[in-house]
Design a protein around this ligand. Structure first.
Ligand code: B12
Ligand code: SF4
Length: 489
């Protein structure tokens, strides 16, 4: 079978581009299963997807979608169906709401949860039963009895009835999952992972790696449809083997660890650093993109990370208000733990990045003020302020459904990093949250020390148009209009 795996165009998070590990892993498994596979990541591609699909003659087109990109995923499926391919959708949004997409005639199949095994079983069965549409553009109906045995799959039987098979248990032997097909990404079209130094490296070859899957914590805003509250580490040996491939085989010059929480087990984290040093892999800088939690680290870990080549660490600080942190977000960390981790990290000579969230239920002007002040006190190299987004399946979603007023059920509006509030609740008005969000960016970034740092950075001039756009968006409040990838012709 010839398969095309796509990530639809995203107007969200456009400040940097990462390779899509979900597609990379699926492609790795599909290839290991003896099929042909290509990856199309609309975030970086130059040739329109329509042209790639038209010239490629793909038997199957698979599309990945987080919640804000679901409309684009449906658009891609329509086009793929028009060209005669079997369409299958997967990823976080599909795992949360499979029936919504199965109601679309252009979607033949939906995979729920991790899908390295599901996709292989689907491809094998498609060889025997490719399904049949009853009318032009209609969904494929399947007759082979094997369809009901593919765990985690949604499909339609001969009568057109939508069937949701039982969920697929998470694989525990994750060392045995084939490595992502890193070589299929057009790596030279991706930017640096480092927003601070984006553009400084002339020819970035930035890859990402996942050393563990999942996170056992349960922060109220966090959407974890794929892994739930589990944590599955890969062995240090297995991670090192992949890291070596990236450095020595694919000439990575920057690596991002994208685990939800790579340091849950401090001993393993230290062992990994020691192995990177021992193997000489520390010559290539790496960063943790999300994956560092302040209550699972000590001074030695940061020192080892520095020796192992770590350049920057991202921390989920979330709030500068203890009540919000403890009773609303339920982050299992205190402000003092955050202060300590930042101190150790800076002492080790590693750059810091902080993620902050504004507009959680019961927040007031004062609690958001505490968050802004805390961000300024911590003074990370980079701060990201996000307006709370209630994703389906989270506790935040339940609270807001029950007690608040959600403005929009347009999934586009569920993007993180938008300057628009998603809901109001009691005294927490949209006007207040949006005002504090702009204020947070202004007060954090427009400080004499910050402005001076920017002025002295070469990158500031290289990426001037982006900075001007971001200035309007973050500090003043202008937004680019949204665009759909495959708008009807
Ligand atoms: C790294 C990461 C990023 C990176 C890279 C994104 C990317 N395209 O991969 C960056 C920083 C760019 C990013 C951006 C965004 N992200 Co993000 N990101 C993550 C993170 C931390 C890890 C993703 C990952 O690599 N997982 C590991 C791989 C192996 O798993 P996977 O991608 O889920 O893929 C598996 C299954 O989902 C399934 N699958 C996936 N796609 C497909 C397709 C088919 C056809 C099939 C059959 C199966 C299938 O099979 C895969 C293999 O098992 C997750 C949190 C998490 N742990 O899931 C959040 C997460 C996925 N991101 C999220 C969001 C919201 C976004 C943004 C929309 C943020 C925004 N700006 O609003 C953007 C969207 C960008 C985009 N174009 O996709 C949410 C999604 C929530 C939701 N309900 O949809 C998550 C869950 C974070 C969270 N807790 O809220 N993100
Ligand atoms: S926000 Fe981070 S620590 Fe909290 S549940 Fe999500 S991944 Fe885990």
């Amino acid at each position: 079978m010839k398969v095309l795996l796509c990530s639809p165009e995203s107007e969200v998070w456009n400040s940097r581009a990462h390779i899509h590990m979900g597609l990379g892993y699926l492609a790795g498994s599909i290839r290991a299963g003896g099929h042909e596979v290509e990856i199309y990541d609309a975030g970086v591609e130059k040739v329109p997807l329509r042209d790639v699909m038209a010239s490629g003659k793909f038997d199957v087109v698979g599309v990945s979608a987080p919640t804000p990109l679901i409309y684009e995923a449906w658009d891609v499926a329509s086009e793929a169906k028009r060209l005669g391919a079997v369409t299958i959708l997967g990823g976080p949004h599909l795992t949360l709401m499979p029936t919504e997409s199965m109601a679309k005639p252009q979607v033949d199949l939906v995979a729920v949860g991790e899908a390295e095994d599901t996709i292989l079983e689907v491809l094998d069965l498609l060889n025997r039963d490719p399904g049949k549409a009853q009318e032009e553009g209609g969904p494929r109906l399947f007759t082979h009895p094997g369809w009901k045995d593919i765990l985690g799959l949604w499909w339609r039987n001969a009568g057109g009835e939508v069937i949701g098979n039982p969920a697929r248990p998470l694989r525990q032997d994750i060392d045995n999952i084939p490595f992502p097909a890193f070589d299929l990404f057009k790596i030279e079209q991706y930017t640096n992972l480092q927003p601070i130094t984006d553009g400084l490296m002339k020819h970035p070859r930035s890859y990402t790696i996942i050393t563990s899957r999942g996170c056992p914590y349960a922060c109220s805003f966090c959407s974890k449809p794929i892994t739930g509250n589990t944590w599955r580490p890969r062995s240090v040996e297995n991670v090192i083997k992949e890291w070596k491939w990236l450095v020595e085989g694919l000439h990575a010059n920057e690596i991002g660890v994208t685990d939800d929480i790579w340091n849950l087990d401090i001993k393993r984290a230290k062992d990994l650093c020691r192995a990177l040093i021992r193997e000489g892999l520390n010559k290539v800088p790496w960063i943790t993109i999300h994956g560092m939690k302040v209550n699972h680290c000590d001074q030695e870990l940061f020192q080892l990370m520095k020796q192992a080549g770590c350049k920057r660490v991202g921390f989920g600080v979330e709030s500068g208000d203890d009540r919000i942190l403890k009773y609303v977000i339920k982050k299992s960390q205190t402000k003092d733990m955050v202060r300590q981790a930042f101190k150790w990290c800076k002492q080790a000579g590693i750059q810091t990045m902080g993620f902050f969230i504004l507009g959680m239920p019961t927040e007031t002007e004062e609690t958001m003020e505490n968050t802004i002040k805390f961000a300024i006190e911590l003074d990370p190299d980079l701060a990201n302020f996000m307006i709370a987004a209630p994703y389906p399946g989270t506790r935040l979603w339940d609270i807001v459904q029950r007690e608040g007023n959600i403005f929009s059920h347009d999934w586009h509006d569920f993007a993180i990093q938008e300057s628009k509030a998603h809901y109001e609740m009691g005294d927490l008005t949209a006007e207040l949250v949006e005002r504090k969000w702009h204020e947070a960016y202004r007060r954090f970034y427009i400080r004499p020390s910050r402005v001076w740092k920017r002025v002295t950075m070469l990158d500031t001039y290289r990426r001037l148009p982006t900075h001007i756009r971001n200035f309007g968006r973050f500090f003043v409040g202008t937004q680019a209009p949204r665009r759909r990838l495959l708008a009807p012709q």
